[in-house]
Design a binder for this molecule. Structure first.
Ligand code: ZN
Length: 349
């Protein structure tokens, strides 16, 4: 079933329909779920349903034809505000929320949402990349979250509850978005004309762990070749840290000079490796059959779980702007040690 062309989130739709039917829609939401599961698409469609001029909001069925719907679809509705982390920044700048130094609280999202709606219905603000709301920016958002203006709806989009500050989390109603199932991912790739090749769509979807954005990237042949080589390297016994490091480094460097593009590739490497270790955990606990690729790891349950932790730590080190080479070297060495001795030194321990 799909709601307004959105696949896989019927339970979330029902939850909103019920709340709206009872006239008990909360004002502040935190949508969490893996990237590429449709949180932003859902938030925008919800906004459209709340602003549609022809169909009442509790029906949650925007007409798609009225002026408000058309503005929503074109991304120009004056009562929808959208803020995201700029690509070249490592956090959401405070200016986007409360304006520049000279214009504090006279511009920015928190200011705009305090104004009366243009349409008279609602004001809706969407804060994307909420994982990157830190200190100052988070603090100024708190007041708005605590006392949201009447008829306003604020939606924060993040990847997990754990990545949000407790002060923010506790002020929002949490809505969880599950990874999509493989068929839905494949259908979305075809529907959105990201590929015309159904086989390729299914292959990419099968590896994407429920994420459309991951599947889109997997459609690129360079990425799937890299993934195959990486998995081969992780299945070596003994694991060769220098070879592993070189492999990832070459792939990262091929992104060019732009650091955001490099970082994305580094995340690919840690993400693929993390899935490899999760598979080891399944094998270790008897939920999956051992494969040729798992034999290099003698204690798959324990080593798999440690391996996942190492990959997560490497990802957050890379996110916190540590030098790529240092992170890679540490990660590859630790994996080799883990395979040899069954233990690893985690940075945070
Ligand atoms: Zn409409």
């Amino acid at each position: 079933m799909t709601w307004q062309g959105i696949r896989g989130h019927d339970a979330v739709v029902e939850r909103f329909r019920t709340a709206l039917g009872l006239h008990r829609l909360a004002s502040t939401f935190l949508f969490v779920g893996p990237p590429g599961t449709g949180k932003r698409t859902f938030a925008l469609k919800l906004a459209q349903a709340l602003l549609c001029e022809r169909v009442s909001e509790e029906q949650l069925a925007p007409c798609g034809e009225c002026p408000a719907c058309k503005q929503c679809l074109a991304g120009t509705h004056p009562d929808i505000d959208y803020v995201a982390k700029p690509e070249d920044k490592s956090s959401i700048p405070i200016e986007l929320l409360i304006g520049s130094d000279e214009k504090r609280m006279r511009e920015g999202l928190c200011f705009r949402i305090s104004l009366k709606p243009f349409s008279g219905k609602r004001k809706i603000a969407i804060i994307d990349d909420a994982d990157y709301l830190f200190n100052e920016a988070a603090n100024c958002l708190l007041k708005t979250l605590e006392e949201p203006p009447p008829r306003s709806v604020l939606i924060l989009l993040g990847t997990s509850e754990q990545r949000q500050l407790p002060t923010i989390r506790s002020r929002c109603q949490v809505v969880r978005f599950q990874p999509l199932d493989t068929n839905d991912v494949a259908e979305i790739l075809v529907e959105q004309q990201l590929t015309a090749d159904r086989n390729a769509a299914h292959q990419a979807a099968a590896l994407a762990e429920g994420s459309v954005s991951a599947a889109v990237r997997l459609l690129e042949s360079e990425l799937s070749e890299f993934r195959a080589e990486l998995l081969q390297s992780l299945a070596q016994s003994p694991l060769q840290p220098a070879v592993l490091m070189k492999l990832v480094q070459t792939y990262v460097d091929a992104a060019g000079k732009e650091s955001a593009a490099k970082k994305l590739r580094l995340r690919d490497a840690f993400g693929f490796s993390s899935s490899y270790f999760r598979q080891l955990m399944l094998i270790g606990s008897g939920l999956a059959q051992p494969t040729a690729a798992s034999r290099a790891w003698l204690d798959p349950a324990e080593m798999g779980s440690r391996g996942v932790e190492l990959c997560l730590e490497a990802t957050s080190a890379a996110d916190s702007n540590a030098a790529v080479l240092n992170v890679l070297e540490w990660w590859a060495d630790e994996l080799a040690t883990l395979q040899r001795t069954g233990t690893a030194t985690l940075l945070s321990h």
